[in-house]
Design a protein around this ligand. Structure first.
Ligand SMILES: Cc1cc2nc3c(=O)[nH]c(=O)nc-3n(C[C@H](O)[C@H](O)[C@H](O)COP(=O)(O)OP(=O)(O)OC[C@H]3O[C@@H](n4cnc5c(N)ncnc54)[C@H](O)[C@@H]3O)c2cc1C
Length: 492
């Protein structure tokens, strides 16, 4: 397995880098320990394409956020990704907070944001009637938006694959390979060695550990959990955009938003933890979310909640991204510590990495343009959003689009089959690519149907189908056969 570049991690950072580098004639391998994408922070976040006023001018975050925002507004059409260009409001409840809005406004202008404006609480309530009567002013950012993060990561990686990159799932990087001069020779993984003169660390919450394999201990990841409530899509229109409270030392605080698909959502908390993989929700965390949600939107209809979830940020002590090409071992690049606004920044980070390779690693690899690069990629048809004439036409062309698999999100068998054609091998992969299982019943209806289709199409026995790889099998056994317990004895 010989490549020019190996990228560890296929969250939005690794996927965007893979697509950007596929604009050059390179053999690219992207490896990820997960069974489906997105898996890490890119799966569980607020999905905001930030306006870019939050970060101090001069930081990597401020630079990449504003540029990334502009790139996403173009990429949404090129990659066929759902991005709601709804804008955002930072809400102030008193004079002190209004002063803070003024600071954010100036900071935003210095960062290059456009259209920022402080409006009165009454003007905000004309647009968003359900916000608190106690809000006295708000900072409006028309450039902000909310993206479908599942689609965005899959779109980036599919585009990279269309242009020659290869994706290896269920492949965990275990260490680095060095040559006799102590420079990068590749990565050792659970699926064997991948050799390449350049290795890029986009390992998210594990990026600190991966950097330490290269002897880089200049930063440490502080896993920081954020918990959320996600409400039923019938709450659509309760608010129309993204509402922040005024930021404090603890961060941007609890927000209320309408997802790109129309669900009301609130979160995240910010609690530091040891375990980078702990994505559990807690009664305390959710109580904090509800309190914050009701401060902004007093009648936040939590009774319409369909699920709770948590994501883990790759925070660092510097507070900024950790992006650099190491002097030693040569060939190792960190795209590490990519915390918020990392989703927004990803396409800009990817462009920067390509420039970094040209300017600092030209002795290891030459980036010559790939004249055959295809920018566009189309999404799996979104049956839910089609009108009756479009649905009829599609079903006549391919009758599998007439079979509804997920009732909550109106996902058809045709969409599930297309997800499998594009590489889905687990129930969660189908969910990430089609939204089957993301609705009110949370997969109660569609999960067995998706499992049957996976089994039939992949030629795998039904009891081997997993939710998300490994041992996460859906079925434990057959009801008409004796069930063996773990010691092999027949269970009572
Ligand atoms: C609660 C929360 C809210 C956020 N809100 C926003 C927001 O509204 N807007 C915004 O712009 N940003 C937001 N962010 C930040 C954003 O989600 C992240 O910056 C971004 O998703 C990071 O992407 P990544 O690819 O660097 O990391 P990840 O998405 O975590 O991907 C890392 C990948 O590396 C893989 N991996 C790790 N170790 C290995 C290994 N040894 N071998 C192989 N694979 C490995 C993992 O499986 C994973 O797929 C938020 C984050 C959180 C947690």
């Amino acid at each position: 397995m010989n490549y020019d570049i190996v990228i560890i991690g296929s969250g939005i950072t690794g996927a965007s880098i893979a697509r950007e580098l596929s604009k050059y004639k390179l053999r690219i391998a992207v490896i990820d320990k997960a069974s489906e994408l997105p898996a890490g922070a890119s799966r569980a976040n607020s999905s905001m394409i930030h306006g870019g006023f939050d970060d101090k001018p001069g930081t990597m975050k401020s630079k990449f956020c504003v540029k990334g925002n502009r790139l996403w507004h173009k990429l949404k059409d090129i990659l066929d990704v759902h991005l709601d260009e709804c804008g955002s409001y930072v809400c102030a409840f008193n004079d002190e907070e209004v002063k803070h809005l003024e600071k954010l406004l100036e900071q935003g202008k210095a960062n290059g944001c456009e259209g920022l404006e402080i409006i009165s609480g009454d003007r905000l309530r004309e647009k968003e009637p359900n916000v608190s009567p106690d809000i006295v002013a708000a900072l409006w950012s028309p450039e902000a938006g909310i993206i479908n993060n599942f689609e965005a990561v899959n779109a980036m990686i599919e585009s990279a694959k269309i242009n020659g990159a290869e994706l290896f799932l269920e492949t965990q990087a275990a260490g680095l390979l060095l040559d006799d001069k102590g420079n990068i020779r590749g990565v050792s993984t659970t699926k064997g060695d991948f050799t390449a003169p350049i290795v890029i660390n986009a390992g998210g919450v594990h990026s600190g550990e991966i950097a330490s394999w290269a002897g880089d201990k200049s930063f440490r990841i502080i896993p920081t959990k954020g918990e959320y409530y996600l409400l039923d899509r019938t709450t659509q229109g309760f608010i129309h955009s993204f509402l922040f409270a005024c930021p404090s030392k603890a961060g941007k605080g609890i927000t209320v938003l309408q997802t790109a698909e129309g669900n009301l959502m609130s979160g995240p908390t910010a609690s530091e933890q040891e375990d980078p993989e702990d994505r559990s929700t807690t009664p305390e965390g959710l109580a904090e979310v509800l309190k914050g949600a009701r401060r902004l939107v007093p009648k936040f209809p939590v009774n319409m909640n369909i699920t709770t979830f948590a994501g883990v940020r790759a925070n660092t002590e510097s507070g900024d991204f950790e992006i650099s090409a190491l002097k030693s071992p040569r060939g190792f690049i960190n795209a590490a510590g990519i915390k918020s606004p990392g989703f927004t920044s990803a396409p800009a980070i990817a462009e920067y990495i390509a420039e970094l390779i040209k300017s600092e690693l030209a002795d290891r690899i030459t980036l010559s343009p790939n004249e055959k690069f295809i920018p566009e990629r189309r999404n799996i048809p979104r049956f839910l959003y089609m009108d009756m004439a479009e649905r009829k036409a599609l079903a006549e062309k391919d009758p599998s689009y007439a079979q509804i698999v997920c009732r909550c999100e109106t996902v058809t068998e045709g969409q599930v089959l297309e997800a499998i054609r594009r590489g889905a091998r687990t129930i969660t992969a189908v969910k990430m690519m089609t939204r089957a299982g993301t609705g009110r019943c949370q997969g109660g209806f569609c999960c067995p149907r998706v499992a049957e289709i996976l089994s039939r199409e992949l030629g795998i026995p039904l009891d081997e189908i997993t939710r998300h790889g490994g041992e996460s099998k859906l079925l434990a056994g057959k009801t008409k056969e004796p069930l063996l317990n773990r010691k092999g004895a027949v269970s009572e």
